[in-house]
Design a protein around this ligand. Structure first.
Ligand code: SF4
Length: 448
């Protein structure tokens, strides 16, 4: 599995705009009429994050799982191939890229391998997020990963996981609280992921309140809307669940009108982002001036924000502001006005202020991919041959996870058998009905 240098990757031609990804992302946004002062794709970054799937196996069987019915039978990629893909991400997008270490469940890999993966991402100046259901992510392991350079941990907890003894999202808050306790004091930024569907959509408001009440320990809350992709047994989303109705419920939970337009990430039908300011347990909208924040975010794109090191990041930002006096004056004026508005709550909370990011993500059904959204995709998955839209990857997962990997010796590693062969790149796909029952999950297990 030889590493590729930048020139070799260019020759691969999987992304023709590799030479200047930010410029190309901007051109794409313009082409689709999505370029404006508040658009981050093509101004601050070419991509929001890249998913690195280090295993296809999982220890759960979610009713809305994006993995395929073959996933559980696929062998874990060899470590050297995973490290090669990390180098590839770096060559495509450079430093400060957010890399989601995911699967399947990434903690099913050997702990030493997981540590090596996080260390490699960190050594290249990129930010590593561990995407986990938390079941095997012990405090000891998380401490070790933090030492290796982990910057974020994203816990997926919701009722699609069918955890025994929990039938509502609010009941699952005890698990969320335990996870927050587990990471307490670690230098890592914490996120919770929740998939929304007909059986939990009515709980979003209460769930948002729970997250706001724990904002001191949390940085980001992400809601994914149900999509018909993968092996999950739930399929079609009900009409009541839309990006707009989700934002309404977030606002109801916050008891405030959060602005989801000041920071735009790619296509508005895919993603919405808002930032809450929490003072004295009351939630306020943070970005209340689209023009000012559009200009500030665009101009400060070189400032290296580390979500797990807010103090350091704020110092870097203040230093940057000192070199941009006109924006500094406008921000100071805005800040003075906000301080005055919030003076009572600030006094009551003794100046203690937290922020909480809300992110909503609208994955597409596998059979209804929209070419425009794929072109504007801000979430990619790294494959053997380069990054592609996560929705496209989920829709065609089986063709990617069955790809043979070429070794440095010119042999082929089979993801089905886990063995090396001289036989070539064609991997035989085992029909679902011939897979041993231990590999069956989702729809195939249900039909078994
Ligand atoms: S195309 Fe899919 S993966 Fe990409 S940003 Fe849109 S919803 Fe997300």
């Amino acid at each position: 599995m030889p590493s590729l240098n930048k020139d070799q990757i260019k020759q691969q031609d999987t992304i023709p705009w590799l030479a200047n990804p930010i410029k190309a992302a901007k051109a794409t946004m313009k082409k689709y009429g999505l370029w404006n002062l508040n658009q981050q794709m093509g101004s601050r970054w070419p991509i929001a994050c890249v998913a690195l799937e280090i295993t296809q196996r999982c220890n759960l069987d979610c009713t809305l799982c994006y993995l395929s019915e073959h996933s559980q039978s696929i062998q874990d990629l060899p470590l050297e191939e995973v490290l090669r893909r990390i180098e590839n991400i770096y060559h495509y997008y450079g430093k400060n890229t957010d890399v989601q270490v995911t699967g399947g469940e990434p903690t099913l890999r050997e702990p030493s391998e997981l540590t090596a993966i996080i260390a490699k991402i960190s050594s290249l100046g990129m930010r590593a997020t561990l995407m986990t259901n938390g079941i095997r992510a012990s405090r000891t392991q998380l401490e070790r990963l933090c030492k290796a350079g982990l910057t974020d941990v994203a816990f997926h907890v919701d009722i699609t996981q069918q955890r025994r003894g929990y039938s509502t999202e609010l009941e699952l808050n005890s698990i969320r609280t335990a996870y927050l306790e587990r990471v307490k004091g670690l230098p890592v930024s914490v996120m919770f992921n929740t998939t929304l569907h007909k059986d939990n959509f009515h709980e979003v408001t209460e769930l948002v309140r729970f997250f706001c009440d724990h904002a001191e320990q949390l940085r980001t809350v992400s809601f994914q809307l149900q999509a018909d992709t993968g092996r999950g047994t739930l399929t079609t989303r009900t009409d009541e669940i839309t990006l707009e109705s989700t934002l309404d419920r977030i606002n109801q939970g916050c008891r405030a009108a959060i602005n989801f337009d000041a920071v735009q990430a790619g296509h508005p039908n895919c993603n919405r982002y808002g930032l809450a300011l929490i003072v004295n347990k009351k939630v306020h909208n943070f970005y209340d001036d689209n023009r000012l924040f559009g200009e500030v975010l665009r101009a400060s794109k070189a400032v290296n924000w580390r979500r797990n090191k807010p103090g350091k990041s704020i110092c870097r930002f203040v230093f940057w502001l000192l070199q941009h006096p006109s924006l500094a004056i406008r921000l100071a004026t805005w800040g003075a006005k906000r301080l005055w508005q919030l003076r009572n709550d600030l006094t009551a909370s003794r100046g203690k202020v937290t922020t909480l990011s809300f992110f909503t993500h609208n994955f597409m059904d596998a059979c209804q991919l929209d070419q425009e959204r794929i072109a504007c995709c801000v979430f990619n998955t790294m494959t053997r041959d380069g990054p592609i839209s996560m929705c496209l990857h989920n829709a065609k997962r089986d063709s990617f996870i069955h790809q043979a990997i070429t070794t440095e010796e010119g042999k082929f590693w089979s993801p089905v058998s886990g063995r090396l062969t001289d036989a070539g790149q064609i991997i035989e796909v085992i029909p679902i009905d011939q897979l041993p029952s231990r590999f069956l999950k989702g729809r195939s297990r249900q039909g078994h």
